[in-house]
Write a protein that binds this ligand. Structure first.
Ligand SMILES: [Zn+2]
Length: 183
């Protein structure tokens, strides 16, 4: 599982791309907690092509801002004392200059070559990946993750969660009425 996180990519050949559905992968190893959220862009912004209008660029930027606001989106057991270290976003059309390599089409070390063609009309689907890295002072007290993903992204109606922790592996389907993961 940890290797899967390390190789997070907006293109997942192994995961079905289904609008309305996203994937959440949670891996806890020692003090380190990694949460990966993978969603079709349609769930987040309502389109899956390069932003062409100001409204679309604004929508993309707003989605990125919501995803970066980990404290609002992901609420972990307070007793575990997890501190966010970093948020990494990946998508073919990130707005802003925060990550320089995301802007250059010439630099594809983090972006699958498939994305070079993803902006063509009627092209394939596209996704956004958000990777959250926490360090937890008391990881054994991690018991619950309460997400507010459905509030932030109303087009989303199901999140398929997988977790791997010292307690073992688990899976759960999160819905707007039950946006919780326990482990
Ligand atoms: Zn799609």
């Amino acid at each position: 599982m940890a290797g899967g996180l390390a190789s997070a990519s907006p293109v997942h050949a192994d995961a079905a791309h289904e609008h309305g559905v996203a994937v959440l992968r949670v891996v806890s190893e020692g003090a380190t907690l990694m949460i990966e959220f993978v969603s079709p862009l349609d769930n987040l912004v309502g389109f899956e092509h390069a932003p062409r209008t100001d409204a679309q660029r604004t929508a993309m930027g707003a989605a990125q801002a919501r995803l970066r606001d980990a404290a609002a989106l992901l609420q972990l057991s307070a007793e575990a004392e997890c501190v966010l270290q970093e948020v990494v976003l990946e998508s073919p059309w990130l707005q802003g200059a925060r990550d320089e390599h995301d802007r250059g089409q010439d630099h594809d070390h983090d972006v699958s070559p498939d994305h070079e063609h993803a902006s063509a009309p009627s092209a394939a689907h596209a996704e956004m990946v958000a990777l959250y890295h926490y360090e937890c002072a008391a990881p054994h007290k991690l018991e619950r993750l309460h997400t507010r993903l459905f509030d932030a992204f109303p087009r989303l109606h199901e999140v398929r969660a997988q977790s791997a922790t010292a307690k073992g592996q688990g899976a759960a389907t999160l819905k707007p009425a039950t946006p919780y993961l326990y482990w």
